[in-house]
Design a protein around this ligand. Structure first.
Ligand code: SF4
Length: 563
């Protein structure tokens, strides 16, 4: 029995993204206002003395694992930090001009108008990793404790009541033995635990089925986004311009699109999002993104520039119909972990922040009443539904569900939803999980990938290993592999036969490799876990559902600065 340190806290936020950061700051602000009102006699009651509010993050620092497009709707930031500009929020640009292009292999057609959900006028172009770091400064200044490098590895229960989270051990070698620097994880015992782990949270994915939070809901479905930031010799687009693309290089059976946004200091950020429900077993988002950069329209913007940073992450796209029950005894779910995302606007940051703030409001009320039951915390779910965030989620409830039936149906359904207040052509329910939608090679395309392999030139296009180098990803090699494949015999048998080991393709960091094993006399799966950028694609898209992503030792993973 390990002798672990036990730390009692009032409220624990798990994950250091915008949902948790906004929630922690709002909670500290509410407690501070309340205490002042008690002191002045405006409110009858007792002060909340020395509240212990803690936020844990698996990355080496806040922002290290933050990645998004990102054009942020400022509505929630204005509520949380009304003077955000004076307080130095890292805004790259305000959107003043936007365009939408349909790309063909060698040309492009500009859309004559921008569909209203894609209008971003007044939106803030940000780097989420920079934004999170800035917000973390305010959170720390408010008195909340932030522990970076502390992944949550286990939810602690008392019966079905969540009572906190255990953090990961440090100093275990690759064979599972303790090294000289071994430190056991801490048990953080909380009155309220708020899970804001981002898409496919490693704790949330077990918590939801255990508490039956997804009963009657559709499964969550995802996109993978790959993104690069470039430095250019001069500005190539108008300041404040944002460009979205559809079409090439995505095939008609794969949902997604591209984006190109200028940043400050002659930097350009560009990326490609693609659905993890693609039927193509050879689909490789990283490779398609390299093709995207070779398109003449995109290439002309990058000439003479150099790659600064690379990253990849999944986005939870299925929205309202997949949102689990958000409250339970001792805890709540916020942000992407709870599918809080507007798929019609392709926006989630402001909704995540709002969900964090409303969960914080419920936690504040629970602290006053000393009641942390599901019933007390359900204030959060009710207020989310009544807020602008809830209205946005409701009005986009059928958008992605239409695209799940193909691009043409999706477009017709999206157009109908625009004039019908979010209603769908029919009552779309019954989304399939992404991993169920990949086709076997022989059913999809015969017996080999018909696409020509992309040649990487090291200037415009990069192989996965070079791109991972630009993500700053580091893991100590002498630790257990954090990617657990439940049954390797499936990889070497059925999967090789039926899907030709699609993990080699769908991982945007080249973690999975089929390499010759001399002893076995055949290729075997090699897992280069130190390359992992924590995108979670493998945990979602593997067609047998046998890959389990778990957190590696705290502080490992990408070190994003500009994503
Ligand atoms: Fe993403 Fe999985 Fe590859 Fe890591 S191993 S980069 S989580 S697909």
């Amino acid at each position: 029995m390990e002798n672990r340190e036990r730390m009692e806290v009032d409220v624990l936020f798990v994950g250091g993204g915008p949902a948790s950061l906004a929630g922690a700051l709002h909670l500290m602000n509410r407690i501070s206002e309340y205490n002042k009102d008690v002191e002045s006699g405006k409110v009858q009651g007792e002060r909340i003395e020395d509240p212990m509010v803690v936020l844990i993050e698996k990355g080496a620092e806040i922002g290290a694992h933050g990645l998004s497009g990102a054009v942020m709707d400022p509505v929630t930031l204005r509520e949380l930090v009304p003077d955000f500009e004076e307080r130095g929020a890292p805004v790259e640009h305000r959107v003043t001009n936007e365009s939408l292009y349909y790309l063909l292999p060698n040309s492009q057609v500009r859309a004559p108008f921008i569909p209203s959900p894609l209008k971003n006028h007044g939106g803030l172009v940000i780097s989420l990793s920079r934004f999170n770091r800035w917000l973390a400064g305010l959170v720390t200044g408010s008195g909340c404790e932030i522990f970076p490098g502390f992944p949550g590895v286990e939810v602690l229960f008392d019966g079905d009541r969540v009572i906190g989270v255990r953090t990961g051990d440090k100093g275990i070698d690759k064979n599972g033995n303790r090294k000289g620097n071994f430190e056991p994880g801490i048990d953080l015992i909380a009155k309220v635990t708020i899970f804001g782990e981002g898409p496919r949270g490693s704790l949330t994915k077990g918590l939801i089925p255990r508490l039956g939070l997804n009963e009657g809901k559709d499964p969550m479905t995802y996109l993978t986004g790959v993104k690069e930031v470039w430095e250019l010799p001069e500005t190539r687009t108008g300041k404040g311009e944002v460009i979205h693309t559809l079409g090439y290089p995505l095939p008609a059976d794969t949902y997604g699109g591209g984006f190109i946004y200028p940043m400050s200091e002659n930097r350009l950020t560009l990326g490609l999002l693609a659905g993890l429900n693609s039927p193509d077993p050879f689909f490789d988002t990283h490779e398609r993104f390299q093709e995207f950069k070779r398109h003449p329209f995109v290439q002309s913007m990058l000439s003479g520039g150099k790659l600064l940073e690379y990253g990849a992450k999944t986005v939870s796209i299925s929205g309202y119909a997949s949102m689990p029950r958000l409250c339970f005894d001792g805890g709540m779910l916020i942000g992407d972990s709870a599918a809080i995302f507007d798929s019609r606007r392709i926006k989630g940051i402001h909704l995540s922040m709002k969900s964090g703030m409303l969960a914080a409001e419920a936690a504040f009320s629970a602290l006053l009443k000393n009641d942390f039951s599901q019933e007390a915390l359900s204030l959060y779910e009710a207020s989310l539904k009544e807020s602008y965030a809830g209205r946005d989620l409701l009005s986009s409830r059928n958008f992605h569900q239409g695209f799940d039936r193909g691009m043409i149906t999706g477009m017709m359904n999206a157009a109908f939803g625009l004039v019908a207040g979010g209603k769908g052509l029919t009552r779309w329910r019954g989304l399939k999980s992404d991993y169920e939608q990949m086709k076997r090679v022989r059913d999809y395309c015969g017996n080999s990938d018909p696409k020509n392999p992309v040649k990487f030139d090291g200037e415009l296009t990069f192989d996965k290993v070079s791109d991972v180098f630009h993500s700053g990803t580091i893991h100590d090699e002498d630790q257990p592999c954090h990617l657990h494949v439940k049954d390797l015999s499936i990889c070497h048998g059925r999967c090789r036969e039926e899907y030709q080991n699609p993990c080699v393709k769908f991982c945007p960091a080249g973690v999975y490799e089929m390499a010759m094993d001399e002893a076995a006399g055949e290729e075997r799966l090699r897992i280069n876990f130190t390359n992992c950028v924590h995108c979670k694609t493998c945990d979602i898209r593997d067609p047998y559902g046998i890959i389990n992503w778990t957190p590696p030792e705290g502080g490992g993973g990408p070190k994003y600065k500009l994503m």
